[in-house]
Ligand binder design. Structure first.
Ligand code: ZN
Length: 251
């Protein structure tokens, strides 16, 4: 089975379209949350995700943008974007977003796989360091946990006392690129596919992952997209300029 794993689309239609054009054939699509917030196309990306994804985990921005949570914990830029997004979204999309479940979720027939937005132990927690990764990796019976939230592609692996950070090593900076991780029996993984709509690992290209259960691999992908169009849409919408500028920096 080929599972496409997406996270943190953040209303970036151009990036999502480029990714969907690049994924090829797949069996299921799993979305790890933060579909909206920051980017200027919330209704368009929600429509695509509703049609294509078999599983959706809610993100913190999704919760705020659909009115389930307050924006008080957000910085001023994120708050302004969340308020804009809440007004821009149709009532139907807001209601749908409010029904997306809290992680972790378990795909049908795959008890050793888990899907979460932040940590599987706390949906709002960022997993950035080995210290953050330690507790989530101790869950019995879970071999692979897919997470988002940090917008950093890669993750962590543990086999017994052996720990490692996983960082994809790409050979190019501007073209489509892929780095493959071979999964080994007895190793536990925390895998972050990276962010579609607002990467923060100093690489502007849209990030996603493909989990191939037969090949026992996770491929980390980067694809270029129409950055200028996405930036233009943010500026035309009257969203904070910083949200357009940071897309080029990938941070
Ligand atoms: Zn996010």
């Amino acid at each position: 089975m080929r599972a496409i794993v997406l996270s943190d689309i953040h209303g970036n239609l151009e990036a999502l379209n480029a990714v969907l054009a690049a994924v090829g054939e797949f069996d299921v699509l799993w979305n790890l949350g933060d579909i909206v917030g920051y980017g200027a196309s919330p209704n368009e990306v929600v429509a695509i995700v509703r049609e294509q994804a078999q599983m959706n985990v809610r993100g913190n921005h999704d919760r705020v943008c659909c009115g389930l949570a307050s924006a008080l914990g957000f910085n001023p830029v994120a708050r302004a974007a969340a308020e804009w997004t809440r007004q821009e979204m149709t009532a139907e999309n807001r209601e749908w977003l409010a029904t997306t479940p809290k992680g972790p979720l378990t795909p049908d027939g795959m008890p050793a796989v888990s899907l979460a937005h932040g940590s599987p132990l706390n949906e709002d927690q960022y997993i950035i360091t080995m210290r953050d990764a330690w507790a989530p990796l101790q869950q019995d019976g879970i071999a692979i946990t897919f997470i988002g939230h940090t917008h950093l592609q890669g993750g962590f692996e543990q086999k017994g006392l052996d720990w490692q950070e996983i960082r994809p090593r790409y050979s190019t900076r501007n073209n489509a690129d892929c780095w493959s991780l071979d999964l080994t029996e007895g190793t536990r993984y925390l895998i972050n596919p990276g962010s579609i709509g607002q990467p923060r690992d100093n690489d502007w290209r849209a990030a996603f992952a493909i989990y191939d259960t037969e090949a026992c691999t996770i491929d980390f992908h980067r694809v270029p997209y129409d950055l200028t169009a996405a930036q233009g849409r943010i500026l035309m919408a009257g969203l904070p300029e910083k949200l357009a500028a940071r897309l080029r920096e990938g941070r």
